[in-house]
Write a protein that binds this ligand. Structure first.
Ligand code: IDP
Ligand code: MG
Length: 156
């Protein structure tokens, strides 16, 4: 199963909507294989957002992400990266479609509630940044056989 790194940003924690967001992923069928509440250290935030280093919003973004605790999730599922991104919605809360997490819960363009890895390479790198190997648990949900069709041997 593909893995992705999700961060429920400081605004999601402060506004008390982490439970609702995690619930959406659980109900969709994405499996939580790692979770922690943490205050992101400055250096980790800088590394995580280093692809945006030259962007005008970078300093504000790092300040925001280190300002208050976040909830970090590792999710597993077939095509979990693309599925989670679709559930998150467009980057800007003002533009995100209703039905998406950003579309339903926020209006801000920078305080947009959630981060999700955008590629297999980014997910691998980000999961390593935020979790030790032993913090990611291999477990089989009891409902797995009803979440996917395993009729042909693989998850469909
Ligand atoms: P993404 O989170 O949808 O992948 P990115 O383009 O990777 O969007 O940007 C990373 C984060 O930087 C966004 O989630 C948002 O918090 C912030 N951000 C992006 N563009 C802007 C902007 O134009 N103004 C302010 N903040 C921005
Ligand atoms: Mg991004």
């Amino acid at each position: 199963m593909e893995r992705t790194l999700i961060i429920l940003k400081p605004d999601a924690v402060q506004r008390g909507i982490c439970g609702e967001i995690i619930s959406r992923f659980e109900k969709k069928g994405l499996q939580v294989i790692g979770v922690k509440l943490m205050k992101i250290p400055q250096a980790l935030a800088e590394t995580h957002y280093s692809p945006h280093k030259e962007r005008p919003f970078y300093a504000g973004l790092v300040k925001f992400m280190t300002s208050s605790p976040v909830v970090v999730l590792a999710l597993a599922g077939k095509d979990s990266i693309a599925i989670a991104r679709k559930m998150m919605g467009a980057t800007f809360g003002s533009k995100a479609e209703p039905g998406t997490i950003r579309g339903d819960f926020g209006v801000s363009n920078s305080y947009n509630l959630i981060h999700g890895s955008d590629s297999v390479e980014a997910a691998a790198k980000e999961l390593r940044l935020f979790f030790n190997a032993e913090e990611l648990l291999e477990w089989t949900p009891a409902i797995q056989a009803w979440v996917y069709d395993f009729g042909k041997g693989t998850a469909e």
